[in-house]
Each structure stands twice: as structure tokens, then as C-alpha cells.
Design a protein around this ligand. Sequence first.
Ligand code: HEC
Length: 205
Amino acid sequence: MSRRILFIILAVLIVAGGAVTVALFGRFDRQAPLANRQAFVMPSDPARRAELIRRGEYLARAGDCIACHTTRGGQPFAGGLAMPTPFGTLYTPNITPDDETGIGAWSAEDFYRAMHAGRGKDGRLLYPAFPFPSYTRVARADSDAIYAYLRSQAAVHQPNRPNEMQFPFSFRPLLIGWRLLFFFQRRIQARPSAIRAVESRRLSR
Ligand code: HEC
């Protein structure tokens, strides 16, 4: 059997599985409402703004956003890095604050929804090559700090390179099947015992 036929059978199974789940449970996606939907306001006080951006930089480094969103020799965060997958090649998008080709027109809510729920500004389902299944735990305030940091970077006008995913994987709504099985929105839970353990290690250093 050719690989293409196998892919199509797999896709049909995923869609059928999704349809059965929708019929049984009456829900399309495990989409808990986004908590803390307060509007983000960039602090007007320069010292507070600088502090927020510094925290965002630290968090963006911890999340290694630059590694995937920059090509060798390319502009930081302008995207374009090829990510080969068994289903085709993805090219990372531009996440600089350019209005047209980057995420300049994104609000902090849009950004948090991408991090927490794996959705683009227009609501499209994002491929999990973007590690939102891990970033889903990032707290809203931390997401806002990363957002503030990215907005402080130079806007680079660089249109996104279209993905080269094989059919049917190029059809994003199929990701519903994957999401139903493998993606759960999470929130970070601070465990007092873990905090105490970190504190005592810090003190004993
Ligand atoms: C392992 C590689 C990888 C890492 C690390 C990564 N990304 Fe991405 N990111 C991607 C890919 C691939 C996409 C495109 C997914 C798609 O097309 O569905 C993406 C998409 C996005 C999008 C959606 C952009 C759009 O135009 O739809 C945002 C926002 C984003 N990433 C922000 C971040 C931030 C912030 C970090 C760091 C905390 C980060 N990414 C780290 C690979 C990565």
C-alpha cells in the first residue's frame, strides 16, 4: 500500500474518531475558558516597563523561543527556520512586532491563547511542533512578560514562508483529532512543598 493511501486512511480514522467523540461528549475541543482575561497594559513607568521586559527576556530564554524562530544568520525572532517532520516541513513564523508579517497586530490575549491553547490569532489550530503542549502551563503574567519582551524587539518585515506539509496533514482542522487525544490545557500549580525545597537549597548554597 502506498504511503499516501496509508496517510488518507489515517486521516479518515482521525476525523471519524473526532466525530464520534463530538457526538458522544458534545464538545468540539477541550477548551476551558481562558482564565484571567484582564486586558494587559504595558506599564507607563519606564522602570517598571524595563523590569517587565527583563523578566520576559529571561523567560523567553528559558523557553528557547529564539532557537526555533531564527535562522542561522537571520534576524532574531523573524522565523523562517525549516522544521522537517515525518508529515512535511514547517517553517517557523515571524514573531517580531512587525504589523504585517509578524505578531505586531497581536494582543496579549491573542499571544496567551497561542501559548496556552495552541491557537493562532485567527483561531487556527497550531501544529504541536510549536511546543504549546508544554507552554500551556506558563502563567498569564509570565506570558504577558514574554509578550512585552518580544514587542521591545526590532520589527522585522519578513513574510512567513508557507508550510510544505503533505496532504492531509496540511489541513489544520485535522489537528482536532490529535488534540482530543493528546492535548490538555494546563495551569501551573505551585506546590508549597516544592517551593520550600527550592528555598532550602538556595539557603544552603
Ligand atoms: C521547537 C521549536 C519552537 C520553539 C522552541 C518555539 N516555537 Fe513558536 N512556533 C514554532 C512553530 C513550528 C510554529 C508554527 C506552528 C504552526 O504553523 O502551526 C510556532 C508558532 C508560534 C506562534 C504563532 C505565530 C503565528 O503567526 O501563528 C507564536 C506566537 C510563537 N510560536 C511564539 C513562541 C514563543 C514565545 C516561544 C518561546 C517561549 C516559542 N514560540 C518557541 C516552533 C517553536
